[in-house]
Design a protein around this ligand. Structure first.
Ligand code: PTJ
Length: 243
């Protein structure tokens, strides 16, 4: 693993990349996870690599919806397990909700390793190893899930999710919450609440924020984020022209 010096101006970002590369080496993260992260980084740049008020509002609303639910579940994939293993366990404890390992590029070996990684950080009863249900209208492996977890959950947090599965979960009538840096992704659009933020900032914020009972309109929030991103692009252009 490359040692990134803390003095490096891009320390956080480089360290995050190293965590993912390490995740791939450990067999936790898929190689495609690296590409997914690169795409996310581009959108994070447009956010100024910070948690904007729209993301905070979405996070606060998500926490409330999970607290209100009888069987809330957090879905964990290879990127989540490499980037925020400790905090995702803390969040599940704060919200008293189950963790289920649910993979797009599914292998039993990777599921096993991710479950172990979560247990190393204090998780108990992680679901996902013995799927006994399927999400309807998805082709085989991606559809596998656990009956007592995702299948019967009414509220499910699916960070960094594939658009197809997010839409399939919506069709099952679930309240779908996501963390996705891309406000234009199919997942971002399909979800009831989209937290447009880097998962490394969003999850710690969800652990400590006050839940919100206010009405939340996801389309409006996404539209406001796109406006923020385009304003920032213009601002960056002006700064560059003034140099
Ligand atoms: O571990 P697996 O097999 O379940 O695979 C996981 C990945 C992420 C590879 C798989 O679900 C996938 O291919 O996802 P997509 O379709 O690339 O979508 C991932 C979304 O997450 C994209 O919209 C990215 O912009 C976004 N994203 C990437 N990194 C981050 C992120 N969002 C928040 N925080 C990040 N660090």
């Amino acid at each position: 693993m490359t040692e990134v010096p803390e003095s490096h101006p891009r320390y956080e970002s480089l360290k995050t990349r190293e965590d993912l590369v390490e995740g791939v080496k450990k067999g936790i993260t898929s190689e495609a996870g690296l590409i997914a992260h690169g795409r996310g980084e581009m959108f994070d740049y447009l956010l100024g690599e910070k948690t904007i008020p729209e993301a905070k509002r979405a996070a606060e609303r998500s926490v409330q919806l999970m607290k209100e639910a009888d069987n809330p579940v957090i879905s964990v994939n290879g990127n989540v397990a490499a980037l925020v293993p400790e905090n995702i366990v803390k969040l599940s404890k704060r919200l008293d909700c189950k963790l289920e390992v649910n993979l797009f590029h599914r292998t039993d070996e990777r599921i096993e390793k991710i479950v172990k990684e979560l247990e190393k950080h204090g998780a108990e009863d992680v679901l996902g190893k013995d799927p006994d249900a399927e999400i309807p209208n998805l082709d085989h492996d991606r559809a596998l899930c656990s009956e007592e977890g995702i299948y019967y959950s009414e509220v499910v947090l699916v960070p960094l999710e594939d658009g197809d599965r997010a839409q399939a979960l919506k069709r099952m009538g679930k309240t779908v919450l996501t963390i996705d840096l891309n406000p234009l992704s199919r997942t971002a659009k399909a979800a009831d609440v989209t937290i447009v933020d880097n998962i490394i900032r969003a999850v710690p914020y969800m652990i400590e924020c006050e839940p919100s009972e206010e009405e939340f309109d996801n389309r409006e929030n996404l539209s406001s984020i796109l406006e923020y991103m385009s304003d920032r692009l213009l601002q960056l252009r002006d700064e560059d022209m003034a140099r």
